[in-house]
Design a protein around this ligand. Structure first.
Ligand code: NAP
Length: 255
């Protein structure tokens, strides 16, 4: 049986580890040729090696999503290699502890930490979408998935910049879906709950027991759980799905 993404080409940011890597591996297993982008060349190269070992086709690209020049080169490298861009997963992101914002209430966030969070998690997604939408309009369609978060759906004490960035991603997603529906471009967001990656190690170490008590299925999600949703959203099976947010959170937000 043909894979869900057979014959498609894809670009994934933040694909050097975590959710991005798991998604790159699944996309390749489902038949896509994958441009694996990350700011660290080593991470991207490792993901490509894993894909190649499994018999898939991939290309490593080094790009910082906060740099417009990097983003433009990233999209053109993917298109030069594969001829077109059918699917894009804008997933690169950072957490509060990575910018010195962990544990800080709204008025206590350092300004540079707030700026950096918005630059990576929100403006980075917009810069990627801008370049991808240009290409997808030229070729007559495509599917974009942005990584938001359950933090894009409600407030979380001491996470204001992260929460604001992810609410922004949801807003960008909905707006672009409206604007580019007539171009055959679908735009959706995935909203992961608590997923076992490097990003959640710090939070789980600080308040893991409290978080676990709030997850109805009583376990963290795995990166593969997000990858499955993104793969479906990028596939033709989701042809009528656009402009929506898709939680994958073990019922955390169901209550
Ligand atoms: P992760 O393991 O820390 O992976 C994040 C990836 O993004 C890393 O490969 C990182 O590169 C890359 N990255 C960071 N800044 C970048 C930049 N400026 N340019 C290019 N790449 C950059 O985290 P993850 O858990 O997989 O997170 C992936 C996405 O899911 C993020 O958007 C995150 O906010 C979102 N999310 C995660 C969870 C969760 O529970 N894990 C929940 C909700 C949403 P380096 O390796 O070089 O740092």
């Amino acid at each position: 049986m043909a894979g869900m993404l057979e014959g498609k080409t894809a670009l994934i940011t933040g694909a050097g580890r975590g959710i991005g890597r798991a998604t790159a591996l699944l996309f390749a297993a489902e038949g896509a040729r994958v441009a694996v982008a990350d700011q660290m060349a080593e991470g991207a190269a490792e993901t490509v090696a894993l894909i190649n070992k499994a018999g898939g086709q991939a290309l490593a690209i080094t790009a910082d999503v906060t740099k417009p020049g990097d983003v433009a080169s990233m999209v053109s490298a993917a298109v030069s290699a594969f001829g077109r861009l059918d699917c894009a997963f804008n997933n690169a992101g950072i957490a509060g502890y990575q910018v010195g914002g962990a544990g800080k209430k709204t008025a206590d966030w350092p300004e540079d930490a707030f700026d950096r969070m918005i630059a990576v998690n929100l403006k980075g997604v917009w810069l990627c979408m801008r370049a991808e939408l240009e290409q997808m309009q030229k070729q007559g369609g495509g599917a974009i998935v942005n990584t938001a978060s359950i933090a894009g759906l409600f407030g979380i004490p001491t996470s204001s910049a992260y929460v604001a960035s992810k609410h922004g991603v949801v807003g960008l997603t909905r707006t672009a879906a409206l604007e580019y529906a007539e171009n055959g471009i679908r735009v959706n967001a995935v909203c992961p709950g608590f997923i076992e990656t490097d990003m959640t190690k710090d939070t789980m170490a600080r308040r893991g027991a409290q978080i676990m008590a709030g997850i109805p299925v009583k376990r963290m999600g795995m990166p593969q759980h997000i990858a499955e949703m993104v793969c479906w959203l990028c596939s033709d099976r989701a042809a009528y799905v656009t402009g929506s947010t898709h939680t994958v959170d073990g019922a955390y937000t169901a209550a």
